[in-house]
Design a protein around this ligand. Structure first.
Ligand code: HEM
Length: 355
């Protein structure tokens, strides 16, 4: 294993403990150490923790080989469940939640219905596990991304104005947003994608490698744990010139087609990617997650103006654990847009400004 991985770049290492020294001690800040490693060794690096080998990967050409092949987990159960669960996010079912044109069912009811008999029968424990996974994987990720979107809106008042104008043009001032409106909110979508580039909520994806994988330049031996680092993939200057410039136009179709598609993977890639996403040609379609975020954002932005005390995106000091968050909390404020709405809110005892 040692021989096989010998060419992969690595930081300072000691006999027996390998590179574990910086990770030991009271003032352990794993997040900062991992950030330093990904920054110092762009593309790929290795770290030995005694006999355990971990490899950090951020180069799209290696991701293209690794991600589709590392599935991990109890495979037969995962495969069976994934096959059954994926159709629960088809467009017809998603639309039913907002259109009201056919009977709405809660996710659990739908799951019970499709898994009650035959080869797709789920036990009570499997149902509980899947619903818990969906609640955890679905709620924190979208809520955190929405909060980052409020920060980036606060930082870019001109873009916020453009999104407000788009919502007024597509939805108008007096009705609620509907599923048919969502594909027309194109600038909003590019803005959310750019926010997910700089602030991807999933920081590290880990996979155990069970066979030797030849990456061309290097071989990753079986038994290694691979770490895929989203924030560093998304700010690699070879794919993202001036990476901390916030620019939604990076997601114009002509710009997307020039780029390696694995330079942007907020929903991961390969068979184990986010269940509410699918990859179509060179475009990443974000079905349910994007619908949910656009619906919330258009509802809020039609009535409220958002501001923040941050000065720029680099001012947001991130703590990159499993979910990326600002170290000092999400700092943004919302204020009712129109004077009459503000007056009405005060009369009802509400505050026109919240932080
Ligand atoms: C901004 C929103 C979201 C982001 C950025 C996101 C990101 C991700 C990522 C990166 C993974 C892959 C993790 C890995 O490879 O280990 C994942 C998996 C998953 N996500 Fe999401 N997600 C989002 C929203 C949602 C929502 C709304 C749901 C459900 C309603 C959901 C359900 C899942 C499930 C079930 C998995 C596991 C898939 C499997 O193992 O086969 N996610 N998500």
């Amino acid at each position: 294993m040692y021989q096989c991985a010998s060419k992969i770049p690595r930081p300072f290492s000691l006999p027996l403990i390998g590179s574990a020294l910086p990770f030991m001690g009271k003032s352990l800040d794993t997040s900062s150490i991992i950030t330093t490693l990904f920054r110092t060794y762009p593309g790929i690096f290795k770290v030995w923790f005694g006999p355990k080998l971990m490899v950090g990967v951020s180069d799209p050409k290696y991701l293209e080989i690794l991600l589709p092949n590392c599935i991990e987990g109890i495979l037969d159960v995962w495969k069976r469940h994934r096959k059954i669960l994926t159709p629960t996010f088809n467009q017809k079912i998603l639309n039913s939640f907002t259109l009201g044109t056919f009977r709405k069912k809660a996710f659990l009811d739908y799951l019970i219905e499709i898994t009650s008999e035959g080869s797709s029968k789920f036990t009570d424990q499997e149902l509980t596990d899947e619903v818990t996974t969906f609640i955890i994987a679905g709620s924190d990720t979208t809520a955190t991304t929405n909060s980052f979107v409020f920060i980036t809106l606060g930082l870019h008042q001109d873009m916020q104005q453009k999104i407000h104008e788009e919502v007024m043009e597509v939805v108008g001032p007096s009705r609620q947003v509907e599923p048919a409106d969502l594909p027309h909110l194109k600038y909003m979508e590019m803005f959310i994608k750019e926010t997910l580039r700089i602030f991807p909520v999933a920081t590290l994806i880990l996979r155990d490698i069970d066979v030797d994988v030849d990456l061309g330049d290097y071989v990753i031996p079986a038994g290694t744990t691979a770490m895929f680092g989203m924030p560093w993939i998304h700010t690699d200057e070879r794919h993202w010139p001036d990476p901390y410039k916030f620019d939604p136009d990076r997601f114009l179709p002509e710009e997307v087609s020039k780029r390696d598609r694995l330079a942007y993977i907020p929903f991961s890639y390969g068979p184990r990617n986010c269940i509410v996403t699918n990859i179509e040609f060179k475009t990443i379609r974000m079905k349910y997650a994007m619908m949910a975020m656009k619906t919330l954002l258009s509802t809020i932005i039609s009535k409220y103006r958002i501001s923040t005390s941050y000065k720029n995106v680099k001012d947001v000091n991130l703590k990159c654990n499993m979910i990326t968050r600002p170290r000092d909390g999400f700092k943004f404020a919302v204020e009712l847009r129109s004077p009459s709405d503000r007056q009405q809110s005060r009369e009802m005892g509400g505050r026109a400004f919240m932080m």
